[in-house]
Design a protein around this ligand. Structure first.
Ligand SMILES: [Ca+2]
Ligand SMILES: [Ca+2]
Length: 336
């Protein structure tokens, strides 16, 4: 060995000793992007939000995800997943909890590589949700590949999340459904629901309490109703339920005061269910007739519900309402 070749050999040996695994520790940069879909939703509606991945060139076998949500407006009800059509297991846990974060852990027996749909989450929008924009993002806590961990292995992980937007808007689509109700005591509020069980839709609106007394007519309206067949369910304290089945909503605004069924044109609630059991009968009469209630001022009575007409007194005027043939010994009004 010449002196020159000995120097080269020595330098090569030092290089190998100092950088023993240069080839196997080559850093791989991976920047997959998880993109959240945009959706338009209505109060009371159900929407699906998609989560897709691109730039997934190395693949993963494990994902720990956290999806925050705001239960004041919506909550997750289910998750559907078949990431990139790979056989896998998805576990949704803690779906209804105080932290308002849906945690998802994904585990697969083999690497899931490529771009496409990761999973879809179905959200229920609250019936009383106000209109507005909500950003949908997620936190990716851990991502593993089969032969190592993105975080501490030879892959430099940099997962980007592109948030989506959920817009809750009553004007984004659909039509209006309006109607007219006759009931006693405007001092009590009225709740009206428009329900389509098959589609999981449950719109809700209310007539707020106002001053006045007696039997009054009041109007209500729903905005942004998706076409379909609904049941209308009206609830009010001391009244029995009023249910109209087979309300067909098409592509034009629906005015129920023009309905072919006379009982629907002006929906008259039965009054006198003081006990709240759904029936107006002798049990309610007994309460109203009781010495602690009858001929008392409402705020001095044992049971203020006995003031059916809301005039502040419990007397023969209320007894007359309870005894009306339309009310007495009757229950809910159901119009098929
Ligand atoms: Ca009753
Ligand atoms: Ca009264």
């Amino acid at each position: 060995m010449t002196k020159k070749s000995a120097v080269i050999f020595t330098l090569a040996l030092i290089f190998v000793l100092v950088f023993p695994a240069t080839a196997s520790t080559e850093l791989i940069e991976v920047e997959p992007i998880i993109e959240v879909g945009n959706v338009l939703a209505l109060p009371g509606g159900v929407v699906e939000i998609t989560y897709t991945i691109t730039g997934n060139t190395i693949g993963f076998v494990n994902l720990d995800l956290e999806l925050p949500y705001n239960s004041e407006f919506f909550r997750p009800i289910s998750i559907d997943s078949s990431p990139l059509d790979q056989p896998n297991s998805f576990f949704l846990y803690n779906p209804d909890f105080s932290s308002e974060i849906m945690k998802i852990i994904f585990i697969s027996s083999k690497e899931v590589i490529g771009d496409g749909l990761l999973f879809t989450v179905t959200y229920q929008i609250n019936n009383d949700s106000s209109f507005g924009h909500h950003e949908f993002s997620l936190d990716v806590e851990v991502i593993k590949i089969q032969s190592g961990n993105y975080k501490d292995g030879f892959v430099n992980l940099n997962v980007q999340v592109k948030p989506g937007t959920l817009v809750i808007d009553g004007l984004g689509g659909g039509v209006s459904v309006s109607g007219r109700i006759r009931s006693y005591n405007p001092g009590n509020s009225t709740t009206i629901r428009l329900v389509n069980d098959e589609e999981g839709i449950d719109y809700r609106t209310s007539i707020t309490d106002t001053a006045g007394y007696g039997q009054l007519e009041q109007s209500f309206a729903f905005a942004g109703v998706t076409p379909g067949t609904y049941s209308l369910v009206i609830s009010k304290d001391v009244h029995t339920r009023f249910i109209v089945q087979k309300i067909i909503v098409g592509n034009e605004n629906l005015d129920l005061t023009l309905d072919s069924r006379p009982e629907v044109q002006l929906m008259t609630l039965r009054c006198g269910d003081i006990s709240g059991d759904g029936l107006i009968n002798d049990a309610d009469l007994t309460i109203l007739w009781r010495a602690g209630n009858y001929n008392k001022k409402t705020d001095e009575a044992e049971n203020s519900w006995c003031d059916l007409n809301g005039d502040g007194l419990i007397n023969d005027a209320d007894l007359t309402i309870l005894w009306l043939a339309y009310n007495y010994n009757r229950g809910a009004v159901i119009i098929p």
